[in-house]
Ligand binder design. Structure first.
Ligand SMILES: [Zn+2]
Length: 112
């Protein structure tokens, strides 16, 4: 008598999503989950630029570029300032650190 008789081990493997036999499964490949804001630790800082100008810098995004682009759009609107996104780092013209921190927190990001 097989020692796995009557246990799940003697069932052929089934797909966890469609519950068909894996050999009959037609599920599409799994799409990578978007990274939750709560798992991203962002750093907000102020940097001086030429001619005495300062920019608020947000870095530490692990999101896809379109998601970070959304954050940039929101920050520009809330701060009423221009901004750019370069290689995953957001820059907003002027010192808007407190506002940026509160917007990012509201969106669920972890800000330090
Ligand atoms: Zn399946």
């Amino acid at each position: 008598m097989g020692m796995f008789a009557g246990t799940p081990f003697d069932r052929p493997p089934h797909c966890e999503r469609c519950e068909r036999l894996e050999s009959e499964c037609v599920c599409p490949p799994e799409v990578p989950a978007t990274i939750s804001p709560a798992s991203q630790k962002l750093k907000v800082s102020l940097e001086k630029r030429k001619r005495g100008k300062s920019v608020s810098v947000v870095q530490g995004f692990a999101d896809d570029p379109p998601a970070v682009q959304n954050v940039l759009t929101k920050l520009k609107t809330v701060c009423g300032a221009g901004g750019t996104l370069k290689e995953g780092v957001i820059e907003i013209q002027g010192d808007h650190q407190p506002r940026i921190r509160s917007v990012l927190s509201e969106m669920g990001y972890v800000v330090r």
